[in-house]
Ligand binder design. Structure first.
Ligand code: GLU
Length: 304
């Protein structure tokens, strides 16, 4: 099922720290794509992983986005205010016999095979237990049937046709963690569907998650949005910019220059000096060309 609806895009930062150049690149791509399409752009704070997220970081991100001229359509969405929606989705999956309670610890799974990008492929240890044994100390996993549906094919707007067998490369994946927190995979799928997101534009680091998200959309009866994964900014050591690699926060006093750098990083032709972020965005909306994104190097790892 594909969507043919008015464009709705989104930017969905996790408030674990301020925005750095890498997160700015994803934000610029999603905003330029939405504005070029005359669409709406939603801002969603992904604060579902409460131990890692802080209110101070969320406020800092909102401030940075305002300084950089991003204007969200509608109120800011916070995942921490949407737990009942995730619970309804889990209820539907439980009703359909798609969930099981899993008591496996990280240690127990340590010897299980790992996929090419380092995640454990769930070996099915608890999959026959159902959810009757579900307690607060168990995770809930989605039963991924080893059938034709597990072979998920999708077309990324710049990377082209990609496939991944979710059963053999990921296995039954977690939707609610043993500590009671809702998993990113569940929250992102429920939120994108409920907010009518038609176009997901995000960093390539999330590419390996897309097939399982599409698998989950199908299990919940949702339509799939279209996907555009953009290249990742890396530091001199070749590491992805992140809090862990100590990426610097983008500065308030260099917004236009930093936006221009992100624009060039995305392969877009130089726009010359711009007097303000408003001028930058006017130009960006009129000249955004996703076809110029440089070819990704990671595409091969998702294909069989
Ligand atoms: N919250 C995720 C991140 O900051 C992005 C999720 C998404 O765009 O789907 O990496």
């Amino acid at each position: 099922m594909t969507l043919n609806l008015p464009y709705v895009g989104r930017f969905a930062p996790s408030p674990t720290g301020p925005l750095h150049f890498g997160s700015l690149v994803a934000a610029v791509a999603s905003y330029a794509d939405a504005r070029a399409a005359g669409g709406r752009w939603l801002l969603r704070i992904e604060d579902v992983d409460t131990p890692r997220c802080t209110q101070a970081a969320a406020l800092e991100i909102l401030h940075q986005l305002a300084v950089y001229g991003f204007e969200a359509d509608g109120a800011v969405i916070r995942q921490s205010e949407r737990y009942e929606h995730y619970e309804v989705a889990l209820g539907q999956l439980a009703h359909d016999g798609r969930l099981f309670a899993c008591a496996c610890t990280r240690k127990m799974l340590g010897s299980a095979p790992h996929n090419a990008w380092g995640e454990v492929i769930y070996p099915g240890r608890c999959r026959d237990l159902g959810i009757a044994d579900s307690t607060h100390a168990t995770a809930l996993r989605l039963r991924v049937q080893d059938d034709a549906d597990a072979q998920v094919a999708f077309t990324d707007r710049t990377l082209g046709a990609l496939t991944q067998n979710v059963a053999s490369h990921v296995g039954d994946f977690i939707l609610r963690r043993a500590d009671g927190l809702y998993a990113y995979q569940l929250a992102v799928v429920v939120d994108d569907a409920e907010h009518g997101v038609t176009d997901v534009v995000r960093g390539e680091d999330l590419l390996m998650n897309t097939p399982r998200q599409i698998y989950l959309q199908r299990a919940l009866g949702y339509a799939a949005p279209s996907y555009l994964h953009v290249p990742l900014a890396k530091n001199d050591a070749g590491e992805k910019l992140s809090k862990q690699t100590r990426a610097l926060a983008i500065a308030d006093d260099a917004a236009v220059d930093t936006l221009n750098l992100a624009w060039s990083f995305l392969g877009q032709p130089e726009m010359g000096p711009m007097a303000s972020v408003t001028h930058f965005w006017r130009h960006a909306a009129a000249h955004w060309k996703p076809a110029l994104l440089r070819p990704a190097t990671r595409a091969a790892t998702v294909s069989e």
